[in-house]
Design a protein around this ligand. Structure first.
Ligand code: GTP
Ligand code: SPV
Ligand code: MN
Length: 596
């Protein structure tokens, strides 16, 4: 047996045990060096795992295609495995740890034979920060190694850290035969362990991301009194040079990445605003000694949605993905560059689609639907440092102080453009009653409105009733708690079109939010919260009919009374576990909606 490059006995024993189960031909420890990465890229090109893109136009960029039925997170195959079923709650699929290990062991057995097992030591958060958590992922996928290299801090510096601190999340992944009927994403929070088998798709296999940084971390965060959230973090530099930081939770494919790196619209840029991106997907937040909430982004890369990304929606991202980027399931153009629906430039007149088939515009499938060149959930993996607006505080162990927390989703009706909660407890209610249209980021029926509290429904690693209680408790632990807001960029008019232009124009709403945080503007008190006076939203340079803004800000009581039914049904599934405070807020809202 080869000597392992670690003195950590627990780690060495575990790697040996897993290797015995999976039977790889070889074990390779990932050291984080450029030489090793280059070697893996070379191998991945020779096996077809990666396709080289035009290195003049896209240096360091590659294309990867997943299996056709492996293009999004599979929530129905994702389980929380706690000893007691109740601890996983009605929000999770559950299996007992014994049953789950037994079921997965059969699939893992010998799954790496003929392959190499890579050992990836990784740190979520700056190495050595008290915010950070260490994981070690074992995988038989070079694609996973190369993506983890972008998304997390990996290699020897983490191994050294593991010699000082024995705590790490044990992450085991094997592609096995990529068969959806033999696919399982299992979380064992009580064992600090993740087992994922039968998939090669991002959220299922980059185990530092949703599996560790949200499902396992949310469980740890409850125990250790902090928050692990599905949130972007961004800094808004005000005209006077001061930077305020906000964190925002929108469900998958609902606009976190786009908001986190927006460029101010012309009309506001003249005021001197600048945006600094700290993170686009995950925030870990702690109460610091100053009594306020501080956040770090545990990741170092973006795993972003490709369709719709272009120079007008997200110019910073267009810059970010020009080098050292791995594209997944996009269209390959003849010149060795890539394309997706809603990309810059002309629609190419030919290419190879995400399934590897010849493609041209206007192709129709058997059901009469247009065949897309890129999968709707096609993505790119790119380093944050590539982003022109990357915050200089990304690597700071302390993180950034958060002034406002924003919840939001895709709602065609109901939710106004923006409103502010009355206080922390009401803000928790606002987050807990969030709902959004289902998107392509997870397998399932698109477009259906589903409840997604705090954008964490698919990611909360324990009973969500206890999670709500934890949020309420966190509010009590802060002397300077952030204010909580709700936004909706996706309200539609009677013609079915979006009322709000969105994207960079969203800064106009953030400006109002910051003004509310510093008590600079008043607001209209409505049944659901504080709504802006239309005159307080700066529309300079934007052609928006004042009538439209009024529509965007309208609170339609009848629609909200209908909404109460959905909220009640959702809350009821938590039975007596649902914190009393949330029922109190429900009754208060009901009462306010009855008035006038
Ligand atoms: P995950 O990575 O899945 O967590 O998604 P995300 O929340 O980061 O979503 P992202 O920013 O990638 O946006 C998803 C989709 O929403 C893209 O197709 C965007 O073009 C679209 N989108 C984002 N912001 C806006 C907006 O302000 N208005 C409108 N109309 N669409 C938007
Ligand atoms: C999401 O679905 O919320 C994502 C992409 O950010 S994944 O990593 O697949 O979860
Ligand atoms: Mn996400």
């Amino acid at each position: 047996m080869k000597k392992f490059p670690t003195t950590n006995k627990k780690l060495a024993e575990w790697v040996n045990k897993m290797a015995k189960l999976c039977q790889p031909d070889d074990i390779v420890w990932i050291d984080g060096t450029v030489e090793q990465r280059k070697q893996l890229e070379k191998e991945a090109l020779s096996t077809g795992e990666l396709i080289e893109l035009n290195q003049d136009k896209l240096p360091g960029c590659f294309l990867h295609r997943t299996a056709p039925d492996d293009v999004a997170r599979t929530e129905h195959l994702t389980f929380i495995c706690t000893k007691i079923k109740h601890d996983a709650g009605p929000n999770n699929n559950w299996m007992s740890p014994a049953a789950a290990y037994a079921k997965a062991r059969v699939i893992f057995k010998g799954s790496m034979s003929g392959r190499t097992m890579y050992v990836i030591p990784f740190s979520m958060g700056p190495v050595g920060s008290s915010f950070s958590k260490i994981g070690v992922e074992l995988t038989d996928s070079r694609y996973v190694v190369l993506n983890m290299n972008i998304m997390t801090r990996i290699g020897n510096e983490v191994l050294r850290q593991l010699e000082k601190d024995d705590h790490f999340t044990k992450c085991l992944h094997s592609k096995a035969d990529l068969n959806i009927s033999r696919r399982l994403i299992l979380h064992f929070p009580e064992d600090n362990t993740i087992w994922s088998v039968g998939s090669g798709y991002g959220g299922n296999v980059l185990l530092g991301k949703k599996c560790l940084s949200l499902r396992i971390a949310s469980f740890l965060a409850k125990k250790e009194k902090w928050l692990a959230e599905h949130m972007l973090i961004m800094g808004i530099e005000e005209p006077n040079g001061h930077i305020e930081y906000i964190a925002a939770a929108f469900p998958s494919a609902c606009g976190k990445t786009n908001l986190s790196m927006l460029l101010p619209p012309e009309g506001l840029r003249v005021k001197g605003y600048r945006i600094w991106t700290v993170g686009d997907d995950i925030a870990w937040m702690r109460v610091d000694s100053d009594g306020s909430l501080w956040a770090v982004n545990p990741e170092t890369g973006f795993f972003g949605v490709a369709p719709g990304t272009n120079s007008s929606t997200n110019p910073n991202m267009v810059e970010t993905i020009k080098k050292n980027t791995i594209y997944t399931n996009v269209l390959l153009k003849k010149d060795g560059t890539v394309w997706w629906e809603g990309a810059d430039g002309e629609v190419p007149n030919e290419g190879i689609d995400w399934l590897g088939r010849p493609w041209k515009p206007g192709l129709i499938d058997g059901q009469g639907n247009i065949i897309k060149g890129a999968n709707s959930n096609s993505r790119f993996t790119a380093p944050i440092v590539n982003c022109p607006g990357a915050s200089y505080r990304i690597d700071q162990h302390h993180g950034v102080p958060i002034s406002a927390i924003i919840f939001g989703g895709k709602r065609a009706h109901l939710a106004p453009l923006v409103y502010e909660s009355f206080n922390w407890q009401h803000g928790v209610f606002v987050g807990a009653t969030m709902a959004s249209k289902r998107t392509a980021a997870q397998v399932g029926k698109l477009g259906e409105v589903r409840r997604d509290p705090m954008a964490m429904f698919p990611f909360c690693g324990y009973n969500m009733a206890y999670y709500f209680a934890h949020w309420l408790d966190m509010g009590k632990r802060m002397q300077k708690a952030p204010k909580i807001f709700h936004v909706n960029w996706f309200r539609r008019g009677s013609d079915g079109k979006f009322l709000w232009p969105g994207f960079s124009e969203n800064l106009r709403v953030l400006e109002w939010i910051l003004q509310r945080c510093s008590n600079k503007v008043g607001a209209v008190e409505t049944a659901i919260g504080y709504v802006p006076y239309p005159a307080d939203i700066d529309l300079t340079g934007l052609q928006l009919d004042p009538g439209i803004l009024e529509k965007l800000l309208e609170v339609r009581k009848q629609e909200w009374r209908e909404e109460l039914k959905g909220i009640k049904g959702f809350f009821k599934q938590f039975h007596k576990d649902l914190p009393r405070e949330l029922w109190d807020e429900f009754e208060l809202l009901q009462k306010r909606l009855k008035e006038k």
